[in-house]
Design a protein around this ligand. Structure first.
Ligand code: PBG
Length: 324
C-alpha cells in the first residue's frame, strides 16, 4: 500500500485513534527507584546534580520507601555510603553495614515493597574501584569472594533480590553459588550484564561518593563501541544463573536493549542512569526542554526498545503522572 491509497495520518487524526493504535504503554509496574543510604539520623544531603534526590539516613529512607509503595512502585534499589572506606571494602559485607541496616529497617516498616541491592565495592573501597586491588589493578578473582559475601549478607538482612554491578568475570556464578549454599536459593539475581564504561554515571559518583581515585573503570566496564560483546556478556550471565539481564545506561544503548530482548528468554532491565536524569533536569531548569515530556518520552522509548523493567530516578515523578 502506498500513498495516496495509504495515508498513515488517518490513524493519527485525534487522541482516540492515537490511543487505539498505541503500541507501548508505560506502567508503574516496571519501575525500580534507586535510593542512597547514609549513616545517622535525620540526615538529608541533597545531591546537586540530581535535583530531588539526596543521601538519606535510614529513618528518612523509610519515608521515601513508603511514598514509593503508596505510588504503586514495586521495588527500590539500595546503594550505601559507609562512614569509612578501606582497602578490603569491609563495609560492603559488614553485618551492621549501612545497606544491611537499611534493608532490615525497610523490611520491618514497609514489608510490601521489594528491596533490591546493588552489589559492588566502589562505595566501600578507599580507592573507589569496584574491586580489590593487586599491584594497582583490580583483581578479578580476589574480588569474586568479596562480592559473594556481600550478596549473601544482603540476603541475610532480608534483601528480596541482589544486583551485581562490579563487572567482574564470573560474578553471577559465585553469587548464585554463595546464595544457594547459605540457603537463599529463592533470592533472584538481576545481573548488570552489559554495563558500559560511561560518562553518564558522573552525577551518581557524586551521590555515592564512589569516583575512582586513580584511573578509570575501562578495564572492567564495557567499551561503548561494542554491541556483540554485550551479547557475549549476557550469554555468560544466563549460563551463570542470572534471572534478569540488565543493560546500562539506557538511552544511549537502546539497540543493546532491543538485542537483549530478542536474543534472550529472560526479563530485560534497563538502567536510566544519573546522567540521563541530570541532562533532562538541567535542560528543564534552563527552560530549554519541557522536563515532564522529556521524561515520559525517554521512559516510553526505553520501554519500546524492549525493557521490561526500568531503573529510574524519575520513578516517583512518572508514577504520579501515570496516575492522572
Ligand atoms: C556501582 C554502580 C554505579 C552505578 C550503579 N552502580 C557507578 C559506576 O559504575 O561507576 C551508576 C548509576 C547511575 O549513574 O545512576 N558500580
Amino acid at each position: 500500500m502506498n500513498f495516496p491509497e495509504y495515508r498513515p495520518r488517518r490513524l493519527r487524526k485525534n487522541d482516540l485513534f492515537r490511543r487505539l493504535i498505541r503500541e507501548t504503554s508505560l506502567s508503574v509496574d516496571s519501575f525500580i527507584f534507586p535510593l542512597f543510604a547514609t549513616v545517622g539520623k535525620g540526615v538529608n544531603k541533597p545531591i546537586a546534580s540530581m535535583p530531588g534526590h539526596a543521601q538519606l539516613s535510614v529513618d528518612l529512607i523509610v519515608k521515601e520507601v513508603q511514598e514509593c509503595r503508596d505510588l504503586g512502585i514495586p521495588a527500590v534499589l539500595l546503594f550505601g555510603i559507609p562512614d569509612k572506606k578501606d582497602g578490603t571494602a569491609s563495609g560492603a559485607f559488614a553485618r551492621d553495614g549501612i545497606v544491611q541496616q537499611t534493608i532490615k529497617r525497610i523490611k520491618d516498616k514497609v514489608p510490601d515493597i521489594l528491596v533490591v541491592t546493588d552489589v559492588c565495592l566502589c562505595e566501600y573501597t578507599d580507592h573507589g574501584h569496584c574491586g580489590i586491588l593487586e599491584r594497582n589493578e583490580v583483581d578479578n578473582d580476589l574480588t569474586l569472594e568479596v562480592l559473594a559475601e556481600t550478596a549473601v549478607s544482603h540476603a541475610k538482612a532480608g534483601a528480596d533480590m541482589v544486583a551485581p554491578s562490579a563487572m567482574m568475570d564470573g560474578q553471577v556464578g559465585v553469587i548464585r553459588e554463595g546464595l544457594d549454599e547459605a540457603g537463599y536459593e529463592n533470592v533472584p539475581i538481576m545481573a548488570y550484564s552489559a554495563k558500559y564504561a560511561s560518562c553518564f554515571y558522573g552525577p551518581f559518583r557524586e551521590a555515592a561518593e564512589s569516583a575512582p581515585q586513580f584511573g578509570d573503570r575501562k578495564a572492567y566496564q564495557m567499551d561503548p563501541a561494542n554491541g556483540d560483546e554485550a551479547i557475549r556478556e549476557m550469554n555468560l550471565d544466563v549460563q551463570e544463573g542470572a534471572d534478569i539481564l540488565m543493560v546500562k545506561p539506557a538511552l544511549p544503548y537502546l539497540d543493546v536493549i532491543r538485542r537483549a530482548k530478542e536474543e534472550f528468554d529472560l526479563p530485560v532491565a534497563a538502567y536510566n542512569v544519573s546522567g540521563e536524569f541530570a541532562m533532562i533536569k538541567a535542560a528543564a531548569q534552563l527552560g530549554w526542554l519541557d522536563g515532564e515530556r522529556a521524561m515520559m518520552e525517554s521512559l516510553t522509548a526505553i520501554s519500546r526498545a524492549g525493557a521490561d523493567i526500568i531503573l529510574t530516578y524519575f520513578a516517583k515523578e512518572a508514577a504520579k503522572l501515570l496516575r492522572k
